[in-house]
Design a protein around this ligand. Sequence first.
Ligand code: CIR
Length: 408
Amino acid sequence: MKDFYVGSEVGQLRKVILHRPDLCLNRLTPSNCESLLFDDVLRIELAGKEHDAFQKVLRDNGTEVFLLHDLLEETLASTEAKNWILDHQVNKNRFGNDLAKDVRSHLSSMDNDNLARYLIGGLSVSELDSSLSKSMTLDMMSPSDFLIDPIPNHLFTRDTSCWIYGGVSMNPMAKAARKRETVHLRAIYNHHPMFKNSDFFTYFGDDDQNYDLSTIEGGDVLVIGRGTVLIGMSERTTPQGVEQLSRALFMTGQAKKVIALELPKARSCMHLDTVFTHMDIDCFTYYPDIMKGDIACWELTMGDNEELVTTRVKDGFIKAIERSLGVSELRLIPTGGDIYEAEREQWNDANNVLAVRPGVVVTYERNIHTIKNMQAAGIEVLTIPGEDLGRGRGGARCMSCPIQRDDI
Ligand SMILES: NC(=O)NCCC[C@H](N)C(=O)O
């Protein structure tokens, strides 16, 4: 198998990128957490321990774990990469001329470990030696303001980039709070020694154009296997983005078909994987309130003259998936409990599971009713604690970016 290839959602998971939350969580407060897309502040120690448990369960199940901080730090060892990252994040358009120079010289004096830490964790005015700066922009800020905003959602490595068969999409993110994540992933994939000389396709997002309404987030992209990709058009991923990504997948010969679903634009189901994930070749977990049979669905394929052919699916997305996988009837396992319990468990990512191999999934231990349903269906459930990690609204699938996984 190629070094970087994701052939499915449920084949043996071999390599994954995770981000252990750190400095950015220190900076998450009641007054900024909403704009940073968290529903609460987290206990940092506990979130870290919970993340360690997640890493362990993956390692114990044959998955090599790469941590985002390490990849970024190693990428910064290249002067070209370091300059590229700083050019994208510390420039006169963001800071004005003088302050841009001061912030840049402050960051440049750091070692790569600390630079990675502050690029992800954020840099406050009080951390800069402001006596050096004559900038009016700085004069108008208070010590607790951020010069560089923290990026706590790097925790959800699933969304920023997504590997689909033999290539990767470096996603233009929908929310301002997450756009800088893509700069880090672009730098890693282009400059880190592990990726730099490797052979893979880049489908989307690896340039500086204004992507406008063409946004994609990896939580909406399910590589269901056998040449098909299932994509949710949610509050984050738009049809404009899906059409462009599909075209790139077809032009590179990496996929034959995209099934696109229209989802409600709501935080509780911000990505497809918050309501629908793959557990075994013929088995998905789903949240019945959202994933109803009448969801609008399209199939995209490549026609003659390299034009996209878009066909409205009349018999529903489940039939479309069954046809693509060559499965006569999918097993669909609902969120557990009564209507109240199901709503609570879905909110706490009960349907956001990560398969480590066919029929074996990782999920938060708190979602007891949904776990019961999965076990009754013969799924092996590996549990992790998620009291604090879950407050960012994401489970095991959201917190992982597979970079090598077997076909089904
Ligand atoms: N795939 C996912 O559903 N990811 C969860 C992302 C949560 C994050 N706080 C966000 O709002 O973007």
